[in-house]
Write a protein that binds this ligand. Sequence first.
Ligand SMILES: C[S@@+](CC[C@H](N)C(=O)[O-])C[C@H]1O[C@@H](n2cnc3c(N)ncnc32)[C@H](O)[C@@H]1O
Length: 270
Amino acid sequence: MALKSVDHERLAAGLMGLALGQFRARYLAGGLVLPPGFDQAARRLEGGEPLQYILGRAPFRSLELAIGPGAFIPRPETEVVAGVAIDYLVGLPTESRLAADLGSGAGPIAAALVTEVPGARVWAVERAWAALGQARANLEPLGVTVVGADVARVGQAGGPLADLAGRFSLVVTNPPYLLPDAVLEATVADYEPPAALFGGGVDGLETPLVFLAAAARLLRPGGAVVMEHDPSQAGALREAAGQAGFVDAKTGVDLTGRDRFLQAIRAGDG
Ligand SMILES: C[S@@+](CC[C@H](N)C(=O)[O-])C[C@H]1O[C@@H](n2cnc3c(N)ncnc32)[C@H](O)[C@@H]1O
């Protein structure tokens, strides 16, 4: 038996509940029997469906999250963004560890925060119904409060989280930010929800700016926003942060050294 690609190996390993290394060790030892359902799952993979949707789960930092169609698949660069947010929150006194994840999708960032930061109290906001159901399944058992809402209304008078406006120490977010001409792999373009991908406008910044304004409403003075973005958006977002009431705006890089996230502090005495 030979498997056609490393993704076929990952699929077989995932269906068997094995890590890839464990699967290969058994494969090399010989006599490996592929799990029932492998052929059907392999046909889905060959049709372009993302491996994570087929397996129904996706890794994120130390976690495995349930994931399915309708929710954005967590990406490795977001693990870096979550790591920066976690380090920031860990540096605060326990009683100040209030954090919001805007546009939570299936909930990877919020899940990482609540599991890696002792005493963190975390809220996750998501608008899309399919993603919201997955966020609830992943996050509520961990103690995260999941809010089904449009981020545009969050923290507004009478809106969701209005009672917590100005009280959060951290807002972390991976908003939709792709530019309209972004070139996508077919597995992304054909399967992941466009509303989770494209930021809107010629520069992809329409939604990120809405999220930045929400962060400004939610944060206490001295609180921090961490926002993932496209490399082309770094300068515009630093400038927008200044206009939205933030100071000390700077840009963080991903594992390949590309400008990938905004960090800024809510102005005022904190
Ligand atoms: C790029 S995905 C990120 C998902 C998740 N945070 C992650 O990193 O895997 C952006 C998410 O924001 C949600 N979203 C987009 N616009 C929104 C809005 N106005 N209000 C609430 N959620 C929104 C999308 O449905 C999607 O789940």
